[in-house]
Design a protein around this ligand. Structure first.
Ligand code: F6R
Length: 613
């Protein structure tokens, strides 16, 4: 996952930045780079692979200067290579940019710039930012205003750090959404900027975090913060804890809350390097999948536990709809005892955050013993489920510390979507136009999730209403039925409130008897193919006196009159909607548990890695 470090002050920026990047290595990356303003002007050093390679390059070609920015990159647009690594320069080499996130409208912006004669040196979306800033600067605008005008043109959740040889007294940085934060470090006559706290803690513990849609002008002796609209914002630095684990929590109270917010960045990294938005193709190299193998597959058995199982339920709909390959989803603890009809032309696909869950591994073994091909979608690099599989997809969301899984739920949803597109393509069942549309929709995902996260206040307000309940029901249909299961699981495991996820259409066959004014119903009723049915379900629950909380699409006018509260989500292509609709439910569960004063990150009786049957 991308990391950023910047420095301005009296010391040589180079070792401070390289050391900061080292402390972000745990996030994962495939290339790294640094830009320093030296006596010769802005100089870049960039290298593919691990940071020690960049360090060797810098030892051989040293950089000395008091202003610099550095970056570790997970490839999104364009393969890992020196020229695609950050920082990126503008055409005249005077503006330098590092960037986390995805510029959703970069193709349009790049085409406009190219029509004006711009020459690009990389395939990245980030480079357009440098070009745009240069254009605005050339219109007699200062750096701060040029950055502000550029940011106004960018769509998506992005974090940007900029320096320029033309105004060497400052770094300008901004956070456009939730694609990773920006933390500012206040030193003695020096300032640091980073994507994550551990990068700067060695130099200062006085820190402040930017909110979405804020930008900061960082100078040696302090910082000014504005909204993107130019309004000045008062910044209150706080003192960060020394404890490296606590420090990793950054601005958040619990890991779970941090991990919920990390989903924007995690999803951008999930897509990173795996899709080509121009050709509309998906690349999942570690799956080792050829067209011949894809066409041979008779059936895919998805097996997993808990949250990962819910991801599998969404995966079934995605793979069957997009690739037309039959899928069966089985709870891993049942798999080996069910004597499943698995054979050599089948795939057993295990989904596991830890990659060490005993039941999931046993299901994989069962598949192996019956001659099936084994795939896994795993977060923990090098774990057993990754090692024993014939092919795997790694989740790219970084370590998940909170016991309740959040970012390791949304990432596999996107992995399964990409897998479905790849399979559909290799099996020849996906027309080109449809494939391009499906791939194009992926670009929207990080920002859509970011927009939900910006509405945490709505989840807090609902949490206040629900924090003392004893029971509740989550209802969903179609592709959001698993969202109902997952929402209920999140609530029960961290708040100890009894919650059931149910297919909404099943209500009338029994559970409707439970409804009364003390049993709230949480209904996922977004604008998807099941909307009308869900609307009628909401009305039925309301008629039984149950308080209704609806997850609904912005602009819906039929839901508010029949719901007691609404958790709004932006319009989303329905096949990707479970990635978005689960987010308010994660926040709701988190805030209810936090309000109840519970140990959110380590709920009673639960372990992060379940290595026993
Ligand atoms: C719930 C949760 C669990 C895990 C399950 C599987 O929030 O985290 O339900 O999803 O124990 O764990 P992994 O994914 O490590 O196999």
């Amino acid at each position: 996952m991308c990391g950023i470090v910047g420095y301005i002050g009296p010391r040589n920026a180079t070792p401070i930045i390289l050391d900061g990047l080292k402390r972000l290595e745990y996030r994962g990356y495939d290339s790294a780079g640094i830009a320093v303003l030296t006596a010769r002007g802005v100089e870049l050093r960039r290298e593919v692979g691990k940071l020690h390679r960049l360090q060797t390059l810098v030892e051989n070609e040293p950089l000395e200067g008091n202003l610099g920015i550095g970056h570790t990159r997970w490839a999104t647009h364009g393969a890992p290579s020196r020229r695609n690594a950050h920082p990126h320069l503008s055409e005249n080499g005077k503006v330098v940019v590092v960037h986390n996130g995805i510029v959703e409208n970069f193709l349009v912006l790049r085409d406009e710039l190219a029509a004006e004669g711009a020459q690009f040196r990389s395939e990245t979306d980030s480079e357009v930012i440098a070009h745009l800033i240069e254009r605005f600067l050339s219109r007699d605008t200062g750096l701060v205003e040029a950055v502000r005008q550029t940011l106004r043109l960018l769509k998506g959740s992005n974090a940007v750090v900029v320096m320029s040889a033309l105004e060497p007294d400052k770094i300008v940085t901004a956070r456009l959404g939730n694609a990773g934060g920006i933390v500012l470090g206040f030193g003695e006559g020096e300032m640091l900027v980073a994507s994550d706290l551990p990068a700067i803690l060695e130099h200062t513990r006085r820190v402040a975090f930017l909110e979405p849609r804020q930008m900061a002008v960082v100078q040696r002796d302090g910082v000014e913060v504005f909204t993107l609209e130019g309004e000045k914002v008062a910044l209150k630095p706080t003192v960060a804890p020394w404890d490296p684990v606590a420090a990793e929590k950054g601005e958040y109270r619990h890991f779970m809350q941090k991990e919920i917010h990390e989903q924007v960045r995690g999803l951008a990294d999930t897509i990173a390097g795996r899709v080509d938005f121009e050709t509309g193709r998906v690349y999942l190299d570690t799956l080792n999948l050829t067209a011949e193998t894809a066409q041979r597959i008779r059936k895919i058995f998805i097996t997993a536990c808990g949250t990962a199982y819910h991801a599998g339920l969404v995966g079934k709909i995605l793979i069957e709809r997009i690739a037309r390959v039959p899928v069966e989803v089985m709870v891993a603890s049942e798999f080996r005892y069910a004597d499943p009809l698995v054979g050599p032309d089948d795939v057993v696909l295990a989904i596991s955050q830890s990659g060490e869950t005993a039941d999931t591994l046993a299901a994989m073994e069962e598949g192996r013993s019956k001659g099936a091909m084994l795939w896994s979608i795993v977060n923990a690099i090098g774990s057993q489920a990754m090692r024993i599989a014939d092919g795997y997809i790694s989740m790219q969301v970084g370590p998940e510390i909170g016991v309740a899984s959040t970012k390791a739920y949304t990432a596999p949803l996107v992995d399964l979507y990409m897998l479905a597109v790849l399979l559909g393509d290799l099996c020849g069942v996906l027309p080109e136009g449809e494939r391009r549309r499906l791939v194009n929709d992926l670009r929207l995902v990080p920002d859509l999730v970011g927009r939900v996260l910006e509405r945490e206040d709505e989840a807090v307000a609902v949490a206040k209403k629900l924090k003392d309940i004893d029971n509740c029901l989550y209802l969903g249909r179609g592709i959001n039925m698993p969202t109902a299961y997952e929402g209920a699981l999140k609530l029960k495991e961290i708040s100890y409130i009894h919650a059931e996820g149910y297919p909404a259409g099943e209500m009338k066959h029994g559970p409707i008897a439970l409804l009364d004014e003390d049993t709230p119903v949480i209904a996922i009723a977004i604008q998807d193919p099941w909307y009308e049915k869900m609307l009628s379900q909401v009305k039925q629950a309301k008629a039984r006196g149950a308080p209704v909380i609806a997850v609904a699409t912005d602009g819906d006018e039929l839901i508010p009159p029949v719901a007691d509260a609404v958790l709004w989500v932006p319009p989303t292509p329905w096949l990707l909607s479970p990635v978005v609709t689960v987010v308010p439910l994660q926040m709701l569960a988190y805030h209810i548990a936090a309000m109840r004063g519970l140990d959110v990150d380590q709920p009673r009786n639960l372990a992060k890695s379940v290595t026993v049957e």
